[in-house]
Design a protein around this ligand. Structure first.
Ligand code: SF4
Length: 347
C-alpha cells in the first residue's frame, strides 16, 4: 500500500499537466473546473473554464447571472443540466452559506449537482478533507493494479472500490494523492493502450501479471442507444425573419433554442413528410447524425421557400431576424447546421 501511494505521487509530481485549477485552493475555482470536466475531456473543458472565470470571477457574480447567460457560455459542452445546476449552486451558496463554500462532506453533498465524487474532489483539493475520489480513472487503475473483477456499475462494486480508495488515501496529502491517481489513469493507465512497459507500478500490478488488463474494469450493463429522427422546419420570410422556439423540460436541451421541430418514428416517415411538403420546400440539408450518451439523432433541416411566416405561433415560439439567432443558447446540433449552411440562402 505504501509503495502504491508513494509511486503514484512521485509519478504525478514529475508527469502532471500544468492545469490552472491545480494551482489554487480556491473552492470556487475548483468547483467550476470539476463540474465543467464531468463527462468532458480536459482539452475541451479548459477554454470553458477560462471563459466562465472571466465572466464570473467570483461566486456572487455567478449567482447574479441569468440562466440564459449561463447557457450561452456553456453552449457546445453538452449535458446542459450541469450548467443549470451550477447557477442554482451559486445562488444556494450565497443564500445558505453566506457566499462561502461549505467545508464538510455533508454540506458539500447538499449542493445542486454535487455528488460523492465532486464533494471528495472539492473537499480534498480545497480543504484537505480526507475524502477519496472515485471516478472512471480511479476505477480503472484500482481494478487493474489490484486485479478486481467486481463490476463497477453495481452498488456492490461501487461500495467495494470506494472502500479500497478510502483505505489507500494518505491522510496528510489527500489533495495530491487524489490528483495523482486520476492523472495516472488519464495519462498512463489509459483505457485502450496503457503504457505497461514504462509503468512505475508494473512490478506490483496484479492485473498485468495475470494478463487481465484488457477486461478490467468489468461492467455488466451495456448502454442502449435510442435512435431519434428530427425534422427541423426553417421558415424564412421576405424580411429574413425566421421562427425559433425554446425547448421545454423532460427532454434533452431544456432552455436551448432551435427551429420548430417535428419528431418522427423513422427516417422513412421524414421522407414521406417531405414529399407532402415538396412544393413549399427550397432546400433540405443532408442528414446530420448527432450522438449523445444514450441517443443517436438523425436530423434533417428543411428550409422552406420564402413566404409569410406561419402566424399560429406556440407560446414557446417567436419570430426574429435570422441574423440574430446566434445570440441565443443552442445545442451543438443546431450549431452544426448553422456552420454548414450557405449564408446566401438567407440573404
Ligand atoms: S502496469 Fe499497466 S495496467 Fe498496471 S497500472 Fe501500469 S499501466 Fe496500468
Amino acid at each position: 500500500m505504501a509503495n502504491f501511494q508513494e509511486e503514484i505521487i512521485n509519478w504525478y509530481l514529475i508527469n502532471k499537466r500544468d492545469l490552472p485549477w491545480r494551482n489554487t485552493q480556491d473552492p470556487y475555482k475548483i468547483w467550476l473546473s470539476e463540474i465543467i470536466l464531468q463527462q468532458t475531456r480536459v482539452q475541451q473543458g479548459l477554454p470553458y473554464y477560462l471563459k466562465f472565470l472571466k465572466a464570473f470571477p467570483r461566486i456572487d457574480d455567478f449567482a447574479q447571472a441569468s440562466e440564459q447567460d449561463v447557457l450561452a457560455l456553456w453552449q457546445g459542452l453538452g449535458y446542459y443540466s450541469r450548467a443549470r445546476n451550477m447557477r442554482k449552486t451559486a445562488i444556494q451558496i450565497m443564500d445558505l452559506f453566506n457566499g462561502e463554500f461549505p467545508k464538510t462532506e455533508k454540506e458539500l453533498l447538499s449542493l445542486f449537482g454535487v455528488g460523492k465524487y465532486s464533494a471528495a474532489a472539492i473537499g480534498s483539493f480545497a480543504f484537505k478533507l480526507p475524502l477519496a475520489v472515485v471516478d472512471g480513472n480511479v476505477y480503472r487503475v484500482l481494478s487493474r493494479v489490484f486485479n478486481i473483477d467486481t463490476p463497477i456499475d453495481t452498488p456492490q462494486g461501487q461500495r467495494a472500490f470506494q472502500e479500497l480508495a478510502s483505505t489507500l488515501l494518505p491522510r496528510h496529502t489527500p489533495d495530491t494523492y487524489n490528483q495523482a491517481i486520476m492523472e495516472f489513469g488519464a495519462l498512463q493507465c489509459t483505457p485502450k493502450s496503457p503504457d505497461c512497459f514504462n509503468c512505475v507500478l508494473s512490478t506490483i500490478c496484479i492485473g498485468r501479471m495475470e494478463k487481465n488488463i484488457d477486461v478490467l474494469p468489468v461492467k455488466i450493463k451495456s448502454i442502449k442507444t435510442r435512435n431519434r429522427f428530427f425534422a427541423y422546419q426553417v421558415f424564412i420570410d421576405d424580411d429574413n425573419k425566421t421562427i425559433i422556439q425554446e425547448r421545454g423540460p423532460k427532454d434533452i436541451w431544456q432552455g436551448l433554442y432551435e427551429f420548430p421541430l417535428l419528431e418522427f418514428e423513422s427516417e422513412e416517415l421524414i421522407m414521406n413528410f417531405m414529399n407532402t411538403e415538396a412544393s413549399k420546400i427550397r432546400e433540405v440539408s443532408n442528414v446530420i447524425r448527432h450522438k449523445l450518451t444514450h441517443q443517436l439523432i438523425f436530423a434533417y433541416f428543411i428550409v422552406y421557400s420564402k413566404a409569410e411566416l406561419p402566424n399560429d405561433l406556440k407560446p414557446n415560439q417567436k419570430a426574429m431576424p435570422f441574423s440574430n439567432i446566434h445570440s441565443l443558447p443552442m445545442s451543438r446540433l443546431m450549431e452544426k447546421f448553422l456552420e454548414s449552411v450557405n449564408p446566401i440562402l438567407f440573404a
